[in-house]
Structure formats: C-alpha cells, structure tokens
Design a protein around this ligand. Structure first.
Ligand code: F6P
Length: 506
C-alpha cells in the first residue's frame, strides 16, 4: 500500500505535468513513442498520450517496486488467502496457468483441468440427447464474461449449439425465450457460484418446469448441495470453487456456454492467451510489464490528475460487451472506501467506468468527451486485421480510431468558442494484431491483473463485494409486501411505503 510520502510525490509530479499539455510533452520527449509503448505478442499498447512525463513515470515504477508489489503478485499466484474478509485464496490464475508454487495452487490447477475434461462428456451427452439450443442463466460474473467471449469470437469456431443468455429476473426475456425455443430441444444451464442468487433461481425454477425434464438442467456452481436440492442431477453439476471470484470466473466451467457455442479448441486458445499474460505479469520487469503500465496509468489518472471517470472504447463491434464486463471487473473490485484493515482509504479508488463500441459512440457521447467540462481518460482499443471481407469499412474504422485519439489529445484552436476543441484529453491506444481467442484471453487477463495491482497500491481488497448485499437483503424483506401477502406497512421506510402504495394503486 502506498504511503503519504508516495502520494505527496505523485501530487508534486502532477503539478509539474499540468503545466505542459499532452502535445507539449510529446514534442519535448522525442523518444516518447518508443519509451511509452510496449508489445506482448499480438497486443501493442501506446501510452504516449497519457498526461504524464518520463520523470513521473519512472518514479511511480520505482515506488511500485519499493512497495513490495512483486511479493504480492507471487502471493496471488501461490494462493495465499489474500481475500481476507472472506478468508479465501484468489486463484483464478490456476484456471489457465500452472505458475503457482504452493501445493494449494497446484491442486487448484489440477482440479480446473479435471473439470475441463468433464465438459467433454457433457457435450457428447447433449448431442446424443438431440439438444439444439442452450439457455445459459446467470448474472454478473456468471454471465458477462461468457457472453462477451462468445460474442467476440463467433467466427472462430462452432460447437454445434445455439447459445442464448438470460440474466435479469425481468420476466419479459424469460417469456420471449420460452416463446421462441423448443423445450424438448433446449438445455438450461444454471450458472451460479453461490447457487443462492435470486435472479438465477427465479428464472431457473420457471425454466426447470418449462423443459419438464431435469436431465436437461445443468448447474455450474461451487455449491453442489444447493444445486442438488434444486433437483439438478449430480452428473449434471460442474464444479467451480470458492477461490474463483465470480467476475474472474470466465476461465472456469462458467464458460461452458462458450465451449458449447464455439468448441473446446477456441476455449483452450483463450486460456493459453491468458496464461501468457500471467507469465508476463509474474516475470517481466516493472518497466516492461504491460500490467504495471496499465495499473500505474489508471492510478495516475485517478489520483494525480483527479479524473473520476474512465472510458473503455473498443473500435470493433465484436468487443461491444467489453465495457460491461470490465465495469464489473473494475468497479466491483475497486469500488471500496476502506482499506483491507478497515481504515478509511487515503485516496480515491475506482473511477466510474463507462464505455461502448467506438464508431457508434462518436455519434452519441463523444461530444462530451471532446468538449464537455470533465476529462475522461480513455482506453481506445483497435484490431489491425479485421477478420472480415470489407476492407473499406475496416480502413474507415481504423482512421476514426486514430482521428479520435489524436483530436482528443491535440484539440484545435478557434476564434469561435463553439468550434474550439480544448484537447489535452488523455488516452491509451491498444492494438491487437487480430481478435483471436488467444489475444482476447491476454486482454482480459491484463485488465484483471491491473485491477489487482491498483488494489495493492490503494491497500484495498479487490476480491470481496460486500456492497452488493444490503440491497439484496432489503429486496428479500420487501417481497411479501410487493406480492401483497403482507399489508402492515407501519415499519417500512416512509418513502418506500409511499412507492409501494403507488404500485398497489396502479
Ligand atoms: O451480487 C454480486 C454477485 O455476487 C457477483 O459478484 C457475482 O458475479 C454475481 O452476483 C452472481 O453470483 P453467483 O454466481 O453466485 O450467482
């Protein structure tokens, strides 16, 4: 965790950097493009348009080293119980790489491999049963990651099943699926680490009755007992474990829908890409480590420059779900205001993460990014080889990516204030050679690890999420009132009481 001296030094650097706009920094540092860019395999990242100079960067890297980050990274991979508020290890890395040196980490890796093998048998059974459609029911980390991967990599494989996702408890989508799919040819996957998430259980109960045969209901869960009590046959239960956080679980059997939609080879490549980022994170020196670069830029923007929002803008429609996935990874992990020891945080933590695919966004919220009062640093992602057959379209997309990053940084003066572009708006440009399963695995692992490093700098626990519980508990208590089973509203919060009344009268 960084101390007061570290934060004072950062503030000093920020005072100096603010005196020179980004364009001037670039002009003053002729080597900046080389010095501020790194490549790992198919992923190239250029940080030259961040509003930070070489002196500040070098000092932050030194401070990160001095704070003991390398030992903290080792503890993560070795399965030390760093999720203290839940007394759990954090071993999502063991789902894709075998870099942990402890018996716990090795056992976790072996268990993950065994679960992957089990999937093969289930795929064959589903084919024999004549299943055509898969309805994957889950929410948060049990939905966003697999949904993103399947959507992003559609062209890379065909697992032989049409896969659909149901997340919200809103009954409209449930109705639509039950109207569109054939219950005799559909298998329902209930994806829930806890198997206690009400959205998944409510949808699951309706779908279990709809398919009418529990042989076609599957569970992916760390709580096999609850799944069995829900009548899921034991041979239809795939394990995950308490050492995998929901938002870090896309590497586990939670991605069963990905295997069914795209086939196992695609999923294995995806894991291999993440494993290469794991090795890089563990082994590369801080100055060359993409994860540390990414994390330090985030901390710089949040704490030195004071930006409260961060944008993720992929210039590739296949990555349109990336911002939603990263919202959970970043905001559920880093949206904390007390340290791991329970003290108030010395510094601001998670920014608000926003984003959407770049080209359509230019015609909606980019006005704000270019001329709005607030500055939103961006991660702008592009894919060099398009993977499709429309070169003109692709060149147009790439030209727009380049133009937006340039105009945000450099701006444009004008005598007419309405037509003036202030510029000095930072971005990192990340280019993938192609959007392969391997490259996507690397990219997602990069953000996961960056979140870990930021959490260590701020001294917070990135792996719990107590903030989600209060609302869930109140909702459970309110259910009987909404359903009309309870009518005595005297102990209810006065505004909630009024709103319940409006609902009843409507
Ligand atoms: O309520 C938040 C949360 O616990 C997330 O952390 C998690 O990804 C999601 O709900 C779903 O949880 P589960 O997989 O246990 O259903």
């Amino acid at each position: 965790m960084w101390n007061e001296q570290d934060w004072r030094a950062l503030a000093e650097h920020a005072r100096r950097c603010r005196q020179r706009p980004i364009a001037a920094l670039i002009a003053a540092e002729p080597e900046r493009n080389a010095a501020f860019a790194r490549r790992l395999g198919p992923l190239y990242c250029n940080f030259a348009r961040q509003h930070v100079d070489a002196e500040a960067l070098a000092d932050m890297q030194q401070r990160l080293k001095d704070s003991g980050i390398q030992a903290q990274v080792r503890a993560l991979f070795d399965g030390v119980r760093i999720n203290r508020s839940e007394d759990r290890a954090v071993l999502h890395t063991a789902l894709r790489s075998d870099l942990g040196s402890s018996p716990e980490a090795r056992a976790a890796h072996a268990a993950a491999q065994a679960a992957l093998e089990t999937i093969d048998g289930l795929v064959i059974r589903l084919k024999v049963q004549g299943i055509t459609d898969i309805l994957s029911v889950g929410i948060g980390g049990s939905d966003l990651g697999p949904r993103l991967v399947l959507n992003a990599l559609t062209e890379f494989g065909n697992g032989g099943f049409n896969v659909h996702f149901l997340s919200s408890a809103d009954g409209m989508y449930l109705d639509r699926y039950m109207g569109a799919l054939n219950p005799e040819k559909t298998a329902v996957l209930l994806v829930s680490k806890s198997f206690g998430t009400q959205e998944t259980l409510i949808n699951g109960a309706a779908l279990k009755a709809w398919v009418g045969d529990s042989e076609r209901v599957f569970a992916i869960t760390a709580n096999g007992k609850r799944a069995a009590a829900f009548d899921v046959p034991p041979h239809n239960i795939l394990p995950i474990w308490d050492w995998v956080g929901g938002r870090f679980s896309v590497w586990s059997a939670v991605a069963f829908p990905v295997v069914l939609g795209l086939g196992k080879p695609v999923f294995r490549e995806f894991l291999r890409g993440a494993a290469s980022m794991d090795a890089h994170f563990l082994e590369a020196p801080i100055e060359d480590n993409l994860v540390h670069w990414q994390a330090l830029m985030s901390v710089w923007n949040r704490n030195a420059m004071g930006y409260g929002t961060q944008g993720i803008i992929p210039y590739d429609e296949r990555l349109e779900l990336l911002p939603a996935h990263l919202q959970q990874v970043i905001m559920e992990s880093l949206g904390k205001s007390v340290t791991i020891d329970g003290a108030d945080c010395m510094q601001a933590t998670s920014p608000v993460l926003m984003g959407a695919s770049g080209n359509p966004s230019q015609h909606s919220f980019f006005q704000y990014l270019q001329q709005g009062i607030g500055t939103v640093p961006l991660d702008i992602l592009g894919v060099v080889q398009s993977g499709h057959c429309q070169p003109t379209n692709h060149h147009f997309i790439l030209a727009n990516l380049l133009a937006q990053a340039e105009s945000l940084a450099n701006g444009q003066p004008s005598d007419d204030p309405q037509r003036r572009y202030p510029g000095n708006r930072p971005s990192t440009v990340m280019l993938l050679d192609e959007l392969s399963p391997y490259a996507l695995g690397m990219l997602l692992a990069l953000y996961e690890h960056s979140v870990f490093v930021q959490s260590q700098i701020w001294g917070i626990n990135a792996f719990d999420q107590w903030g989600v519980e209060l609302g869930k508990n109140i909702a459970t208590g309110l259910m009987p009132f909404v359903e009309g089973e309870q009518t005595d509203l005297s102990d209810i919060d006065p505004v909630t009481r009024e709103l319940l009344g409006v609902m009843r009268r409507s």
